[in-house]
Structures are given as C-alpha cells and as structure tokens.
Design a protein around this ligand. Structure first.
Ligand code: C5P
Length: 304
C-alpha cells in the first residue's frame, strides 16, 4: 500500500468574469475564462485508522480562519468519495497552503480538488474522471477547474468547464494578497446585486479574452481582462482601487481584482517586468508574489 500521497493544485485567476442576474437557486450564471497560476496548495494524505485534518501555511498566508472540522471542504470531499463508493474514506490529511485564504484565488477549491485525487490514490478507489468532475461540481463552483488547470471556459455557475488551448503565451503575474482580511464571496455577489439590480440575466460574453489567448497576444489580453465583481469588491474595499492604480502606474499592463477579491493581480509583459513591479510594491510595504501560468491542474507530486 502507498504510504503517502501528495497532490498539488493551483490557484485560479478569472481573465473574464461575466456575471448575469441571480437564478432561482440564488447562484449567478457566469461566463468566465479561468486560468491557472503557479501558486499552490498541497494535500498530503497518509494511511490512518481515524480521520484527521491539519494545516501548514506559508508565511504570507493568513490561515487562522480555516476550520479543521467537518465544515472544511476537504472533509466534504472525503464524505463525497465515501458516499460514492459506499465505504469509509479515512486518512490523516495535511493541507499545506501557499494560496492566500478567502482571496478570490479559489484556494479552498484547490484543496478540494487535491483531496479528491489524493484520497482516490491513497485508498485505490479508482474513481472515474466523470465521477470526480461530478463530485467536484457539487463541492463548489470552482472545483472542477482546479482538477483541469490550464485555461478553460466556465459556464453554468462556473462548474461547467471546457478546456481552452494552452496557446503560446506564458502569462506573468504579480499577485498581491490582502493584508487586511479576506472578502466573503457571497457578500461580494450580494453587493453586486445591490449595485446592479437590473443586471442582464445573460452574462457578458468572453469572446475578446478567448481571442486574445488564441492569438497568444498578451497586450490584447491585458486590454480584454474583465471582471464584473471588481466594482462591488472595490466598493467594499476602496484600498483595492488605489492598489490597482499604483500597479498600473508602476509598469503593469493591467491590474484586476481576482474573482471576488480582495487579492489583486497584475498582468505583466514578461518575467523581468513582473519582478520589477513586485520590487516596487514590496518597497511600498506590500506582499507581492511573482507567478506564471498556465500550469497543470491537481496532480500527484509524491506517491505515484
Ligand atoms: O460554489 P461556491 O461554494 O464557490 O459558491 C460560494 C457562494 O458564492 C455561493 O453560495 C453564492 O452565494 C456565491 N456564488 C454565486 N454565483 C456563482 C458562484 C458563487 O452567487 N456562480
């Protein structure tokens, strides 16, 4: 039996996030383009006779608010596998967080995707890809994308994922996590509804971003970046608007709130420009991480 399985899953950035008016179930219809970026959470699963969950976090990650009880999405992933296979799914699971928490980078979704793959491997469950994707969609709107990685078009509430070609362009990002707490995704969606009560039921199309990716044109992509949740996030946290203005005045092609925020990401022309911008932001007292993408979705890094 395998003695330990480590699975790594990446953060996501929405290059386009078109949000329609709320559906009857309260969720918002989306047309989104996801891209994966090289900031990761690892999930390490080892054999055990009882379930346990523990957490380590990188210095720049404030993981104080992450619950380790049954409400953690990793515990929900284990329960979903147990239900599917009609057997106990028990392991000692450690989450190693490199993705900022409650930041709009889908760190919890990365944990869920990594846990599904790690527990499947550790316990040799042989779950089909279709079942993994179905369970992932039930766990959260962004979890199927965390399995896929790369670039992908997301529709439905985000859970219907269609991979897009990787294209030629490597995207260089400066990622600036918030140092003053997270933003709750439901709260940002509610604020969106308040600011735009007559929003079209149909989300804004992602055509410009899809075309820029296909052309491998980073400058066109920078122009096309679009996030309908940026206005409500900046309204709740005006400091984000100031940060975007600072980054754009300091060499970024574009700054953008990531998903529902409060992480701000800057698309840069290349690695040198990204490192230079990170230096400027760090001198301003901020934590700024350089990362590139697209990268692979949840994948085994130890225990194959
Ligand atoms: O699917 P997920 O658990 O990530 O969603 C978290 C919350 O974000 C939902 O409960 C809902 O309030 C909001 N949401 C939404 N429309 C979406 C995705 C999420 O309103 N498409």
């Amino acid at each position: 039996m395998t003695d330990r399985v480590t699975v790594r899953a990446p953060a996501k950035i929405n290059l386009h996030l078109g949000v329609g008016g709320p559906r009857d179930d309260g969720f918002h219809p989306l047309e989104t383009v996801y891209t994966s970026v090289g900031l990761y959470d690892d999930v390490v699963a080892t054999p055990a006779t009882a379930w346990s969950l523990s957490l380590d976090a990188a210095a720049y990650v404030d993981a104080d608010g992450v619950p380790l009880d049954d409400s953690n999405i990793v515990a929900a992933a284990a329960r979903a596998l147990a239900d599917l296979h009609g057997r106990d799914v028990v392991a000692a699971v450690r989450i190693v967080k490199g993705i900022p928490v409650a930041g709009g980078l889908a760190g919890g979704s990365a944990d869920a995707a990594a846990a599904l793959v790690a527990l499947d491997r550790l316990l040799d469950l042989q779950t089909s890809d279709d079942d993994l994707l179905r369970i992932a969609a039930d766990l959260g709107s962004d979890v199927p994308f965390a399995l896929h990685g790369g670039h992908a078009l997301g529709t439905g509430r985000g859970e219907v994922v269609e991979p897009l070609p990787a294209g030629d362009a490597v995207l260089w990002w400066v990622v600036v996590p918030s140092t003053s707490g997270g933003l709750s995704t439901p709260a940002v969606y509610r604020h969106y509804d308040g600011l735009a009560p007559a929003a079209s039921p149909v989300p804004a199309p992602a055509t410009a971003v899809v075309e820029a990716l296909a052309a491998g044109d980073v400058h066109a992509l920078a122009e096309a970046l679009h996030n309908d949740l940026q206005a409500p996030a900046v309204d709740l946290r005006p400091d984000l608007g100031e940060l975007i203005a600072l980054g754009e005045a300091s060499g970024a092609l574009r700054g953008l709130v990531s998903g529902s925020g409060p992480t701000v990401v800057f698309l840069c022309a290349g690695p040198d420009e990204a490192r230079a911008l990170a230096g400027v932001l760090q001198e301003d007292g901020r934590s700024a991480l350089v990362a590139n993408g697209p990268v692979a979705g949840a994948h085994v890094v130890h225990g194959i």
